[in-house]
Design a protein around this ligand. Sequence first.
Ligand SMILES: Nc1ncnc2c1ncn2[C@@H]1O[C@H](COP(=O)(O)OP(=O)(O)O)[C@@H](O)[C@H]1O
Ligand SMILES: C=C(OP(=O)(O)O)C(=O)O
Ligand SMILES: [K+]
Ligand SMILES: [Mg+2]
Length: 563
Amino acid sequence: MTPSFTSNSLRFSCSLGLAPSHSKFNPYPQIPLPNPNFHQFPQPLLRLKPISAVQSKFLVPDAGAIVVDRVTEAELKENGFRSTRRTKIVCTIGPQTCGFDELEALAVGGMNVARINMCHGTREWHRQVIEHVRMLNEEKGFGVAVMMDTEGSEINMGDLGGATSAKAEDGEIWTFTVRALGLDCPDRTITVNYDGFAEDVKVGDELLVDGGMVRFVVTEKIGPDVICCCTDPGMLLPCANLTFWRDGSLVRERNAMLPTISSKDWLDIDFGIAEGVDFIAVSFVKSAEVIKHLKSYIAARFPKNDIAVIAKLESIDSLSNLEEIILASDGAMVARGDMGAQIPLEQVPSVQENIVQLCKQLNKPVIVASQLLESMVEYPIPTRAEVADVSEAVGQQADALMLSGESAMGLYPEKALVVLRSVSLRIERWLREKRHSTLEVQTMSSSVHIGIQEEMCYAAVKMANKLEADALFVYTKTGHMASLLSRNRPDCPVFAFTPNSSVRRRLNLRWGLIPFCLGFSNEMESNLKRTFSLLKARGMINSGDLIIVVSDQLRSIQVINVP
Ligand SMILES: Nc1ncnc2c1ncn2[C@@H]1O[C@H](COP(=O)(O)OP(=O)(O)O)[C@@H](O)[C@H]1O
Ligand SMILES: C=C(OP(=O)(O)O)C(=O)O
Ligand SMILES: [K+]
Ligand SMILES: [Mg+2]
């Protein structure tokens, strides 16, 4: 079904009408996809009324206006500066959330970035999701950015000859083969996408499907066929990731040489650039070279398209080059799903902590991803352990948290978002209170690269914390000064004013930043006057509020009470 968008129709009726067959696999086969009885509960903070295209015209910004997303505006009006959530939220969009209404519910619930995963679905499907997000932003005043995530070329099982899943029982003998079998796949036979597979594995190796959801041991090799015995039974899903382990560690034979960006990924990247996505997340990054290559490709082919490149840290090979990779990238993701299939699980928490700290040091935004609320794919409330995991990531002051299956194909996408939002708010407040009661000073060193901008932002944040300022203001063309303020994790929110709407969307991933679109001049006095009057008129600041204004142009830090 193709949605039709007529200029004066209500947008609420639009839906992608995705048939269950579009979902490549469903790890929870007991849950039908998509869920036709979509309910909104608990109540989102804001209840939106449908608006017609006539009304929506008023939401299109004019040259003199200030643009901020409507969720932040409502939060600021209702509860003031301290109520704004500092930790940002990325939601993976899948069959459960691709319709216009469902996407709108996520935007209302605080989604800052919508992620599309090119492992699943067709380009046409992804195009429609991007189109819906754009419509939400342009016509309903949201500010959601789009992240495209590449498939990458790791070892995967084939598509199970069209079956949605297959059950492997304890002690059963299965054959993994590199032969092309198509639809004539005999029973208990799995195709593998990597030609070197049969050569690389050895008798006695363990094969882990999806990081250990199902486990086999290799008992025999016959030419292209690898005969295995199932030791941990479970559900095999189409295209599931496959790793093999020998003597307790991951085997990296020639598969380590598989290209990080496959030819299909390059086509997806061209698609993402053409569609104007804000971020491209590169799966299974192993070195900084691939990031540099992609960044120069984007710069050369599409000089006007300033797309941020996010390195997904999930391959074991990335862990020895972390600093170099992060420095080359515009941000990083702790992709704990595949990481947990490549390194022992008990190492994942310390690797996460290291990456988050390193990203803060290097001033790159960092996303903590995968299984934060995994049980909410099936259940309406999270486990206590999941809440503790989310709290840990919020406590580490990661820039963003990500939902995967919870929002893509789970039964409770909105509730999962509510949990991330409320845990973030609660833990952030608790940490601020704790710091104040112990008079602890934030100990982030000013920077690894000492520079004027770094020092100014460090000093401005220290001052804002000491003076208990209500907000920091920064006027920024590229977003760099704003990012340096965020990097110091101030107690108050940072209002970042930028004339560039794509910079504004990219700043969505930065901790504690509230991005505004606003044209400004070289005259700081008049910029401030205009900003104060625009914000006051919208009820987002009040006379007397204490604001610290950082200006790169004037190299100044001003302390101002709103007149
Ligand atoms: N575009 C899509 N179409 C169908 N299903 C999707 C899509 N995106 C995500 N999903 C479903 O949501 C699950 C979780 O998403 P994600 O974590 O991004 O992928 P993966 O499990 O492949 O790492 C996927 O396994 C898949 O079942
Ligand atoms: C985020 C991840 O990547 P993907 O969902 O694409 O496998 C991950 O592995 O944790
Ligand atoms: K991916
Ligand atoms: Mg992954």
